[in-house]
Design a protein around this ligand. Structure first.
Ligand SMILES: [Zn+2]
Length: 226
């Protein structure tokens, strides 16, 4: 009998793929912990939670997030959501109301704790007080253009962020400070890069003129960091 020939690289590839899948499985079956900084599997873990709303809400409960579940909404034109939650309180303020699908809300809280707060300490040695968001759920097309497909905002799966307030520091705005070469600009670019470790899509002023005054963060199944 002739032995099937299997190149060494193929065996290594199989072993590496198996190891990665195994680690992903371990990460997924272990409870989602907001105290744990984002890792290689975080993005995929959040994507998997989109398919298991009860598991996602259980993660909010276990992490003592102050939220209220939103009544599902399904509009005829396709807008709506099943698994959204209203954030009631957090360690920082968000200016106005936040309602997001559960995995996107977990993403924002992870960003707040492991990216925004440490970045405020790193660049200013001060505490982050608030984030100014300018929209979550909105039944509209991409860039509000007629004929375009629905935006992730139409599924409560996206949030737009326009600025930050840090104790003792003049308000940081995306519009004014993105190109700053000092601490404010470095802070903004750092938090954009940190968001890319959590969200499927992150669009900053670097991406296109439509995002010159805000970050768009969404939890769609994609990998865009611009
Ligand atoms: Zn947006």
């Amino acid at each position: 009998m002739t032995k099937a020939f299997r190149p060494v690289w193929f065996t290594i590839l199989l072993a590496v793929t198996g190891a990665v899948l195994g680690l992903l499985l371990i990460d997924y079956i272990s409870p989602f912990d907001l105290a744990r900084p984002p890792n290689f599997f975080t993005k995929l873990h959040l994507q998997l939670l989109k398919g298991d709303p009860e598991r996602c809400f259980a993660a909010l409960d276990r992490n003592r997030v102050d939220y209220r579940r939103a009544e599902p909404e399904h509009l005829k034109n396709g807008c709506g959501y099943d698994d959204a939650a209203n954030l009631q309180n957090s360690e920082i303020k968000y200016g106005s109301h936040i309602m997001l699908r559960c995995p996107a809300l977990l993403g924002i809280l992870l960003w707040e704790r492991h990216v925004l707060m440490p970045a405020a300490e790193k660049h200013f040695g001060r505490k982050l007080v608030s984030v100014r968001h300018i929209g979550t759920y909105s039944c509209r097309s991409i860039n509000r253009k007629k004929g375009e497909r629905l935006s992730e905002h139409a599924y409560a799966n996206a949030i737009d962020i326009a600025g930050f307030a840090i104790q003792g520091v003049p308000q940081i705005t995306m519009e004014r400070d993105w190109k700053d070469t000092a601490a404010k600009g470095r802070f903004l670019r750092d938090v954009r890069d940190g968001a890319c470790r959590i969200f499927g899509v992150v669009l900053s002023p670097d991406h296109d003129p439509g995002h010159s005054n805000h970050f768009h963060l969404d939890m769609s199944f994609a990998d865009i960091c611009g």
